[in-house]
Design a protein around this ligand. Structure first.
Ligand code: ADP
Length: 378
């Protein structure tokens, strides 16, 4: 009897609770469906420098940042590269973050290397972050190549010095041989010094950024210094260096860099010309540019090689370069100096007739100079 009473009370309380709860629920506003893209996600995606894409459960792109379109991984409302789409599906299946390096061949343009990171964002969305690695991979490949070349180039003079040092030791009773070997050691150590200096020059120039050490440079002085640099070699080969520089020409740039560039051009003209050849250095103003030309009537360069001579360590005739002490870095330095000083370099050459290299640099007039001084003193 007592038990029946207790059960009745408990049941009554339960019914009252359920009735009240359901009444309360009837008065509540039904909750709005959660937005597909979480609040704040859009503004985060818009400030990301890498490409960001949100893909829903039907493989549709619901949001993509501008870099994602620029990179070409989104076409209309789908992900372009099938490998990327497959990655999204895998992530959706098991919720694991994935990373992959992909090579993308866009409809237009060249192959691109992309590093993608794919992660679940919500139960309905997968986030794809993609970074264009094309440029950095190219730079890395160039760097690897450069280091390999440098090591190879350094080995030659170091190896020669090693052998010569041994030879001097063995020839201690032959003073003539000692003198001969020591002069060859001198040549090799000079080659080494030149190579190291050029490698340093080049590594400073690689970024083609405008130099901080820009000053006003008189072109006639620049030419005179470059000719002086090769005077001994020219004299030894009976090569006359004729100079014709328009008066009052000025450029604005890094003196040491421009000196290295013009000296390299004059040095090459002397090196790659036979005894008694003629070298001419001219400079004139044309369309606001100073055109500084170094011409020779030397061996010339085959047209097929003209594209490659500005590459680092490239020589048309490696055997001859060994004899002349060439490093294959001179013209590469000239090209980077031109770019770092707002100019360019042009070449004309014909085998057997000669070569002509023109450094084109923006002219800097005396008026520009006055304006600069006025600005500084204001
Ligand atoms: P190198 O130290 O070998 O002279 P450069 O970079 O200055 O290196 O030149 C690259 C190559 O271009 C040279 O090895 C040479 O074959 C060719 N070259 C450069 N200047 C001349 C020139 N004035 N006449 C003929 N060949 C030249």
């Amino acid at each position: 009897m007592i038990l029946a009473g207790v059960v009745g009370v408990v049941l009554g309380a339960l019914i009252t609770y359920v009735w009240r709860f359901s009444e309360r629920r009837q008065h509540e506003v039904p909750p709005e469906p959660a937005p597909l893209v979480p609040p704040g996600a859009e503004s985060v995606l818009s400030v990301l420098s890498s490409s960001a894409v949100l893909v829903d459960t039907s493989d549709t792109v619901v949001k993509a940042s501008a870099p994602a379109y620029a990179l070409g991984i989104v076409h209309h409302d789908t992900l372009g590269p099938p490998e990327l789409m497959e990655l999204v599906r895998q992530v959706r299946r098991d919720g694991q973050v994935r990373e992959a390096d992909l090579t993308i061949q866009p409809a237009r343009g060249s192959t691109q290397h992309v590093r993608a990171r794919v992660a679940p964002l919500t139960s309905r969305l997968v986030l794809v972050l993609a970074e264009d690695r094309t440029k950095s991979e190219r730079v890395e490949a160039i760097r690897r190549d450069f280091v390999a070349n440098v090591s190879h180039e350094l080995k030659t003079p170091i190896g020669a010095l090693n052998l010569l040092a041994e030879a001097v030791g063995e020839a201690k009773d032959d003073p003539e041989a000692v003198v001969r070997f020591s002069s060859r050691m001198h040549v090799e150590s000079e080659r080494l010094t030149r190579l190291v200096q050029q490698i340093i020059d080049l590594s400073r120039l690689q970024n083609d950024v405008l130099s901080d050490d820009a000053t006003t440079i008189k072109v006639d002085e620049l030419v005179a210094e470059a000719c002086e640099h090769s005077a001994t070699d020219a004299e030894a080969k009976h090569i006359a260096v004729a100079v014709d520089v328009q008066p009052d020409l000025q450029v604005h740039g890094d003196r040491a860099q421009l000196h290295a560039a013009v000296s390299n051009l004059v040095e090459n003209a002397v090196t790659y010309s036979p005894d008694g050849a003629k070298v001419a250095v001219t400079a004139e103003l044309r369309d606001e540019d100073v055109r500084l030309t170094v011409s020779d009537n030397g061996i010339g360069i085959p047209s097929a090689e003209l594209e490659r001579i500005f590459e680092r360590f490239y020589r048309v005739d490696p055997a001859r370069a060994r004899a002349t002490g060439g490093t294959g870095l001179g013209l590469s330095i000239v090209k980077h100096v031109a770019a770092s000083n707002g100019g360019s370099v042009e070449v004309w050459s014909e085998p057997g007739l000669g070569s002509s290299f023109t450094l084109v640099l923006p002219s800097y007039s005396v008026d520009d100079d006055r304006a600069d001084i006025a600005e500084e003193t204001a």
